[in-house]
Design a protein. Structure first.
Length: 696
């Protein structure tokens, strides 16, 4: 098995090779490369499949007890400073490699059906492969500097993918918003890295943690500085994992194609923040104040995302706020010391949320045949309903995802979420209460989404609703200075495509009266992802927690984990689990009464609690506040700086130039080449000096 570890570097290199080959083809032989679109897709999917196979081999080896493997080479040296680069394979790395490669592989297969008619099909695959390579490189990084390099590469790929449809103004704005917001967090991360290196003299996670603990304990480093450095590092995950107050970029990032929403915003990029907290756990555990900040930030973010998701009508944005909320659970778990529980939820969430996002893409793809290429109409749940009978595979897998995220046993989300709630209760009952309330809200908005989309009567042909939504959308576009005409919709269908397609669309170029199931390349990944969404939670049951025996915090050992597992109290588990399942069932029941059976009118409730409804609908006004304070405020500041630059800086430069010009013009008449004139000037100067000194 040792040979596998020696070639583990191929895991990030294989997708990089695919991205390079396809990218060079697009640059050098654009038309030929685009004509061979299927061949390019097969190449990239095959290389990711090879990386996935190698990742599974490494995971199996780690499960058999293989020790941590580290391979480095000296990258830079100056005096006593030495910086190494390389890769490390341990239990956490092996798990993350499998998560990233499996989701990326299935998303790439799904992309073939979703982006089949998009002119940027090949370019999209190149971006996907480059992103996969960057994320895999981040996972295997053995030190903080290398993580930061790949961290920035992941951010760049996110920018390219979110703004993939760059001729759509909303997409261009969204990728800029994501990029700028992440730069705020990344700047804090960079300062934290430099501060920790200044204090500890190392970029190695374990060494930093040990030395920081010693420095704080002996008083060589003040507790304030230790807390400051830890929180600065935490700013990186705050931005990348969309935690309050840097959460605002993630919902807007839904402007990218849906496969990106599944890959980046469910399983990989946003999980990078939680992964970094896990890697930096040896540092954080020595700073209790920072752990408290992490825990309460996660708890508040979980509640914030859930309360906003309640009122979302765009199916993808509803899932985006759900992702923010679930990431909050993971961060809260890390903050309360539930290292294993946080990573367990990361794994389960990666599979069921990727499935939910891909399911939303399948719904959008099917809806385009009815509502056309308007992205607003194709994604609005108010025009859906009854889709289960038209899209049975999509409906079934979406229901499984809703049950999993709602924490209904035996689905995956129940085991991981319940473990987090149990750890939160032991640490701080207030954190548990926030998480418990959020669990009920999560069940409500997810089944609101399911019932509105898949049950009841199909509303896609209701012209009154269409006109109402179009008027609302046109008003928004007027306020935002509408973008150029969209060339293709969110399901990546070009105009005129419907006339050329078979099956559910007629042959005259008109829209169908009903939606249709997506092609097998889209439904197969959904069905495959449904399997771990149902079963993978069983590896972390409290009765026999295989996951915790494999993934545990650096300050623990296997003997301590086994001893702790022996203290398991089933009665306590039943009480905690019963409470979380009970509140989820209440949420599901309320959603059923409101959006399926129609026995409760949601509009009437919204009217009675209008301030709270408006708060949720307007996303707690964070976007408005940030726009006024930062966007408009910085514009005013920029104008003031421009005035200073124009009047003071440019004025000084122009005055210097003017003085030089005038003095040169004046002096050129004295330089006439006549010796008699020069002698006269010398005589005048001497006479002036004589008179001056004579007078004084």
């Amino acid at each position: 098995m040792e040979v596998i570890y020696q070639y583990a570097w191929l895991i990030p290199v294989l997708p990089l090779l695919g991205a390079m080959l396809v990218g060079l083809g697009l640059i050098s032989f654009n038309q030929t490369t685009n004509r061979l679109r299927q061949l390019n897709a097969v190449l990239i999917i095959s290389l990711m499949g090879a990386a996935m196979g190698l990742s599974f081999a490494l995971l199996w080896s780690q499960l058999q007890g293989h020790p941590t493997y580290l391979r480095t080479l000296e990258w830079a040296a100056a005096g006593n400073f030495h910086l190494s680069m390389g890769y490390t394979i341990d239990n956490l790395t092996a798990l993350m490699l499998v998560i990233v490669t499996t989701v990326a592989f299935l998303v790439m297969v799904y992309t073939d059906g979703y982006m089949a008619h998009d002119p940027g099909y090949v370019r999209f695959y190149a971006y996907l492969s480059l992103f996969g390579s960057s994320m895999l490189g981040l996972v295997v990084s053995p030190n903080l500097v290398q993580i930061y390099i790949f961290w920035e590469l992941v951010g760049m790929c996110s920018y390219l993918l979110v703004g993939f449809w760059y001729d759509r103004k909303s997409a261009a704005d969204a990728c800029q918003k994501a990029f700028v917001t992440n730069r705020v967090g990344d700047f804090g991360l960079l300062l934290g890295i430099l501060g920790l290196f200044w204090a500890t003299g190392s970029f190695d996670f374990t060494v930093m943690g040990e030395r920081l603990g010693e420095l704080v304990q002996t008083g060589s480093l003040s507790n304030f500085l230790a807390v400051l450095f830890a929180i600065l590092v935490f700013l990186g995950p705050v931005a990348k994992s969309a935690q309050f107050p840097l959460h605002v970029w993630l919902p807007d990032a839904m402007e990218g194609p849906t496969p990106i929403s599944a890959l980046i915003h469910a399983a990989t990029m946003v999980a990078a923040g939680v992964f970094l907290i896990a890697r930096m756990y040896p540092v954080f555990e020595h700073v209790p104040a920072a752990m408290n900040v992490i825990a309460f930030t996660g708890a508040f973010t979980a509640f914030l995302g859930a309360t906003i998701a309640i009122t979302q009508n765009d199916i993808k944005k509803g899932l985006a706020y759900s992702t923010i909320s679930q990431l909050g659970y993971m961060v809260m778990a890390m903050g309360v010391g539930a290292y294993s529980a946080g990573l367990f939820h990361l794994m389960t969430h990666a599979y069921f949320k990727a499935m939910l996002f891909l399911g939303s893409g399948s719904v959008i793809h099917g809806m385009e045949g009815v509502v056309g290429h308007d992205p607003v109409l194709a994604q609005d749940m108010r025009l859906m309903g009854g889709l289960r009978k038209y899209m049975p595979a999509t409906g079934l897998t979406f229901l499984i995802g809703c049950l999993a995220i709602s924490g209904i046993p035996p689905f995956a989300g129940f085991w991981s979420k319940d473990e987090i709630l149990g750890a939160a209760y032991e640490a701080n009952p207030l954190l548990w209460f926030i998480g418990w309330m959020t669990a009920g809200i999560t069940a409500f908005y997810m089944f609101r989404m399911y019932f509105s989309t898949f049950e009841g009567k199909f509303r896609g042909n209701d012209e009154k609703i269409k006109d109402k939504l179009k008027k609302a959308a046109s008003t928004v576009l007027e306020l935002e200075s509408a973008a150029p005409a969209v060339n293709f919709g969110p399901g990546a269908m070009k105009k005129g495509e419907l006339a050329a397609t078979d099956g559910h669309h007629d042959g005259h170029g008109h829209h169908s009266d009903s939606p249709h199931e997506s092609p097998w390349t889209m439904t197969l990944p959904l069905l495959v992802l449904a399997i771990p969404s149902i079963l993978i939670g069983l590896v972390g049951t409290p009765y026999n927690n295989y996951f915790e025996r494999f993934i545990f915090s650096p300050n623990e050992n296997l003997a301590e984990i086994i001893e702790k597992a022996a203290e398991f109290d089933p009665h306590e588990f039943y009480i905690m689990a019963g409470g979380s399942v009970g509140v989820s069932l209440i949420g599901i029941t309320l959603a059923s009464l409101m959006y399926w059976q129609r026995k409760i009118d949601p509009a009437a409730i919204a009217a009675k609690i209008k301030p709270l409804y408006e708060l949720s609908l307007n996303k707690w006004y964070f976007d408005d506040i940030y726009h006024r304070v930062f966007v408009l405020g910085l514009r005013r500041l920029a104008r003031q700086v421009m005035e200073v630059d124009f009047r003071v800086v440019d004025g000084a430069v122009n005055l210097t130039g003017f003085f030089t010009l005038v003095s040169g013009e004046g002096l050129k008449y004295l330089e006439n080449g006549r010796a008699q004139f020069y002698a006269l000037i010398v005589f005048g100067a001497v006479l002036g000096l004589v008179i001056f000194f004579g007078v004084t």
